[in-house]
Design a binder for this molecule. Structure first.
Ligand code: GLU
Ligand code: MG
Length: 436
């Protein structure tokens, strides 16, 4: 860690962009208490050089207060300074969490989860991305694809490890020049921090090699999408997996069953938060394993939420490995908003004592409308505009966000719609490919 270098005080905003301000590393400790000021209006930025109409004038400021537990330092490049950043909570001048802070939205959801159920969230994202310039040489999932980006994939593993993250897999994906990285799960708000850190580290590794790692949900219209699936489980106070119950036929605990039911019920509304861009809807849809319906399944990769049982025969490992996966999210959503929305939707199911819906054992797109209706399987929205309408029609979902946060968030999303209105899909894909 270089004392005379810059450390970035960073935050993830409504559009999932990591914004920052830099301070000298030697002065970082002096920033721990009150952080740095930031003009609130910045929260209305789109991922482009545009800002949405917003309720904040030029005077209002929040403090971006660093959480030192989230600091990431990667100093592996001989030709570039260390990548050094720390995630912040946005606080009002009196120290309260600002009601439009994405990290704060997750914090509050996790507090409610703990207060109402006694458990904490353990989660990890699957990070899919596409390397640009893209080649069309190496076949999907091939060793050749891995060797095509041997330096990049090696650097990613090394950089993640240097940052204190634990890479689990670095692998080629289905698309040309598409790769996927997973890191070990983490508990609480750090699951969001680690997702952001992982993406920024991957971006930086690519940048150092003169490449771009794009996390756009559909960087090229003729290739597969980039998802940001979330694997999660609940940790009980005794450290056990509160998602698991060997006595139930699905392996899911009563808590997990109601939680899943809540997610299925609110999944269409959640899309405005977890698949929040015009390009998100080029990705979401049946037959691509990104899912097109709000369904539940066991192992089913066309389900919006699925149980991933452990393959181990050892009962303890079975319990440890049992987890759930949420598949609709994509990387244009802030990981904090994704995890916060997930917890909010699941808690609705827990509060209402909802029963687990029947597991869908096929691609739900293969079922008839009647069959889907009888199983409670609703289609997901097919455009961002529709997603916003569906969100606004779900009274529970609308109440998840404080009023100012909800209205200002939707205003940013509406500007994204306006900006892309009249563009061809190719133009919109190119726009988001560059931004993410
Ligand atoms: N790329 C797919 C998506 O857009 C997911 C593929 C997979 O199952 O890993 O979600
Ligand atoms: Mg994948």
């Amino acid at each position: 860690m270089s004392d005379d270098g810059l450390v970035m005080l960073a935050w993830s905003d409504y559009v999932g962009v990591t914004r920052c301000r830099g301070v000298l590393a030697s002065q970082f400790n002096e920033r721990l208490e009150t952080g740095l000021g930031w003009a609130v209006a910045g929260q209305a930025l789109t991922p482009f050089a545009d800002i949405a109409p917003n309720p904040w004038g030029p005077m209002l400021e929040v403090r971006q207060v660093p959480d030192p537990t989230s600091r990431v330092t990667v100093d592996i490049w001989p030709d570039a300074p260390a990548l050094d950043f720390v995630m912040c909570d946005s606080r009002t001048p009196d120290g309260e969490l600002w009601d439009c802070c994405a990290r704060g939205f997750l914090r509050k959801a996790l507090d409610d989860l703990l207060a109402e159920t006694g458990v904490e969230l353990l989660a990890a994202f699957e990070h899919e991305f596409t390397v640009v310039p893209q080649t069309d040489v190496a076949p999907p999932f091939s060793l050749a694809a891995m060797r095509e980006q041997a330096q990049l994939t090696h650097d990613i593993a090394r950089a993640l490890t240097a940052a204190g993250l634990i890479p689990e897999t670095v692998e080629p994906e289905y698309g040309y020049s598409q790769y996927e990285v997973t890191v070990s799960p983490s508990q609480g708000v750090s699951a969001g921090d680690h997702a952001i850190a992982t993406r920024e580290i991957i971006r930086e590794c690519a940048r150092r090699l003169g490449l771009q790692a794009t996390f756009s949900p559909k960087p090229f219209l003729d290739g597969p999408g980039n998802g940001a699936h979330v694997h999660f489980s609940f940790v009980a106070q005794d450290g056990s997996n509160a998602t698991y119950d060997s006595a139930h036929e699905t392996g899911a605990s009563a808590l997990a069953r109601s939680f899943i039911a809540g997610v299925v019920r609110h999944m269409p509304a959640m899309c405005a938060l977890v698949a929040p861009s015009p390009v998100s809807y080029y990705r979401l849809g049946p037959h691509h394993w990104s899912c097109g319906y709000a369904s539940f399944g066991i192992q089913n990769r066309e389900a919006a939420i699925r149980i991933c049982p452990s393959t181990s025969r050892d009962p303890q490992a079975q319990s440890r490995g049992f987890n759930l996966e949420l598949r609709p999210p994509d990387p244009t959503a802030s990981p904090y908003l994704v995890l916060g929305a997930l917890v909010r939707a699941g808690l609705e199911g827990v509060r209402a004592g909802l029963e687990l819906p029947p597991a869908c054992v096929t691609d739900p797109a293969e079922l008839s409308d009647d069959e889907r209706a009888s199983m409670g399987i609703a289609p997901l929205p097919s455009t961002l505009a529709e997603a916003i309408d569906v969100f606004l029609a779900d009274e529970k979902a609308v109440a998840w966000l404080p009023d100012t946060m909800r209205d200002s968030y939707l205003d940013v999303k509406r500007v994204e719609l306006t900006l892309t209105d009249g563009e061809t899909n190719e133009e919109t894909a190119a726009r988001y490919r560059k931004a993410y």
